[in-house]
Design a protein around this ligand. Structure first.
Ligand code: COS
Length: 381
């Protein structure tokens, strides 16, 4: 049964993430945003605490928790720093999940364990210069030559791209088969011909690391293949069903932080002799923000619960992501507005939240793609 009541473990995980975020992440968040500095030390500590393998079973080095626990932890981390949230979400929801569900035991031992134990970082490489929303138009090729696979192409917008140890990479084995020809590979950092490029200079989530990756005659074997040849597109999409819940949780964290800052400021700041919170126009804004946060949380928990129950959650994940990411942009914009001029300077942090929020409407499926996915699920017979 779907329940709004958290169990003891879920409460414990949420509180642990909250404490870690406040004590370990908050002190350096403004500096890391200014300098676009990847938080290596913080991520290392998060790995030691089990935050990078949350839903992976203990036998493969993980914490064996449910998706609700993951979204609770992600929300708490993103209340303080959405850049760290994207590293955590990609690793748990995409990289770990794909290896856990499509890796052979030998691959799990080699790749999943160090990821889940937090010793390695992972990246998910689906997008390309010519294949973003239209993900099945993969131009990266995987050619069978002798007993090997030779990969050539280019991947784009890869989160944790210059820092990862383990990459999940999608490539086309037979263009005639269209999406049924795509295969999924696991590639180690340092593999000859696999070359992460320069870090992008981004508007938001600046201390996360994003880059393109070139593949030039990258030689792999069947030991690098995850699932069956031709199963790659389905693996990518099923991964994104979880990834989208993660981005929704990231958005919710941003929403909650911006709302808290806006309420505090509205009670303190006076105009016309009274706190601005006394003005009806500000009250309307706060009411809208509060309602959107509650609705986003319900959608996220519902999607997470469906995923944990093994039920279809394609529509629920897209609804959660679409709603929460739209709310994040709306709420951070209003939080800046409520702060007036102070909202426009770094010290009050809502301007960073507004910049961070924007990308939640873009990555792991744009809002336009989420509308398409939801509509297709409604209309399918
Ligand atoms: N979960 C499971 N299976 C899915 C799926 C999902 N979310 N989405 C599509 N599929 C399956 C379909 O059921 C279909 O299966 P069959 O081959 O059995 O018919 C197959 O995949 C192809 O899907 P579809 O026909 O819908 O393909 P389209 O190209 O028309 O649309 C979209 C696919 C646009 C939905 C997909 O490319 C997408 O999600 N794009 C966004 C990609 C993205 O999020 N990129 C961000 C990467 S991280 S920055």
């Amino acid at each position: 049964m779907f329940s709004l009541e958290l169990n003891d473990t879920q409460i414990q995980i949420r509180d642990m993430a909250r404490k870690f975020a406040v004590e370990e992440i908050a002190p350096s968040v403004i500096e890391r945003d200014i300098n676009a500095e990847f938080p290596s030390e913080i991520i290392k500590k998060m790995g030691e605490l089990g935050f990078l393998g949350m839903t992976v079973p203990p036998e493969w080095g993980g914490s064996g928790l449910d998706t609700i626990s993951l979204v609770l932890a992600l929300t708490e981390i993103c209340k303080i720093d959405a850049s760290i949230g994207i590293v955590m979400s990609v690793q748990n929801s995409l990289v770990d999940w794909i290896l856990q569900n499509y890796g052979k035991d030998s691959q799990k031992e080699k790749y999943l364990k160090p990821l889940a134990e937090g010793r390695h970082l992972g990246a998910y490489c689906l997008s390309e210069p010519e294949a973003g929303s239209d993900a099945r138009d993969q131009r990266t090729t995987a050619e069978r030559v002798g007993g090997q696979w030779i990969l050539n192409g280019m991947k784009n917008w890869i989160s944790t791209g210059t820092k990862a140890d383990t990459y999940i990479v999608f490539a086309q084995t037979n263009p005639e088969l269209k999406h049924k020809g795509i295969a999924c590979f696991v590639i180690e950092r340092g593999t000859p011909g696999f070359e992460p490029g320069l870090k992008e200079d981004k508007m938001g989530v600046r201390s996360s690391d994003t880059c393109s990756i070139g593949l030039t005659n990258v030689k792999l074997t069947d030991d690098n293949l995850l699932g069956m040849v031709g199963e790659g597109f389905y693996i990518a999409m099923k991964g994104l069903n979880g990834g989208r819940i993660g981005i929704a949780a990231q958005s919710l964290g941003i929403c909650k932080a911006a709302f808290k800052a806006a309420v505090k400021y509205a009670k303190e700041r006076k105009t016309m002799g009274v706190p601005i919170a006394n003005h009806q126009i500000i009250q309307h804004k706060l009411a809208q923000m509060s309602m959107k946060i509650d609705a986003a949380e319900m959608l996220i928990w519902k999607a997470a619960w469906l995923r944990d129950s093994g039920k279809d959650h394609i529509k629920a994940a897209s609804e959660a992501k679409l709603f929460a990411s739209t709310a994040a942009s709306d709420i951070t914009r209003e939080a800046v507005q409520i702060h007036g001029g102070y909202g426009y300077v770094r010290e009050y942090q809502v301007e960073r939240m507004m910049r961070d929020a924007k990308v939640t409407e873009i990555y792991e499926g744009t809002s336009e793609i989420q509308h398409l996915v939801i509509a297709r699920e409604i209309l399918k017979d």
